[in-house]
Design a protein around this ligand. Structure first.
Ligand SMILES: [Zn+2]
Length: 153
């Protein structure tokens, strides 16, 4: 699998949403209204809903993507590129891979994600994505899986 094909895995928005949801659930979602932590996932709205008071929390709220209107898949594309390219990463790379028209929002986005990566379990992020995509692939058509050791190679 070439690097070009590998990054395409991370461009699947449906998988990106589910993987980002699971990343959040790992730390837990706290209701801003009542402070409880039990939530349902509203798939149609892509939001969490508090089991106690029904207050809704967006996927981005309270995360590194707070306020971002960019697709969730950009997060995984950026993480992949940053881990793969290290200091050679440029915002132009991100622009090329996302096909996003404007440079400015990507610049801010990349800056936030770089800071986030410095204080996170970096491999855990992409592993979560691969776990989700394997689950979905198995559901649709059992077959070859994406292996974690191929993540950054
Ligand atoms: Zn609540």
């Amino acid at each position: 699998m070439s690097a070009g094909n590998l990054i395409d895995v991370y461009k699947n928005e449906e998988m990106a949403v589910l993987a980002f949801r699971d990343l959040r659930l790992r730390k837990g979602v706290t209701c801003k209204k009542c402070g409880k932590r039990d939530h349902y996932w509203l798939a149609s709205k892509q939001q969490f809903q508090c089991k106690h008071c029904r207050f809704r929390t967006t996927l981005q709220s309270g995360t590194v993507l707070e306020g971002s209107k960019l697709p969730i898949s950009y997060f995984f594309i950026a993480v992949y590129l940053m881990l793969k390219e290290g200091n050679a990463f440029t915002v132009q790379d991100l622009q090329e891979q996302t096909g996003h028209k404007y440079y400015e929002p990507l610049y801010d986005f990349a800056r936030k994600i770089r800071a986030y990566l410095n204080e996170s379990d970096q491999n855990g992020i992409l592993i979560t994505f691969v776990e989700i995509s394997n689950q979905l692939i198995n559901r649709q058509a059992p077959g070859p899986q994406i292996h974690i050791e191929h993540l950054i190679s």
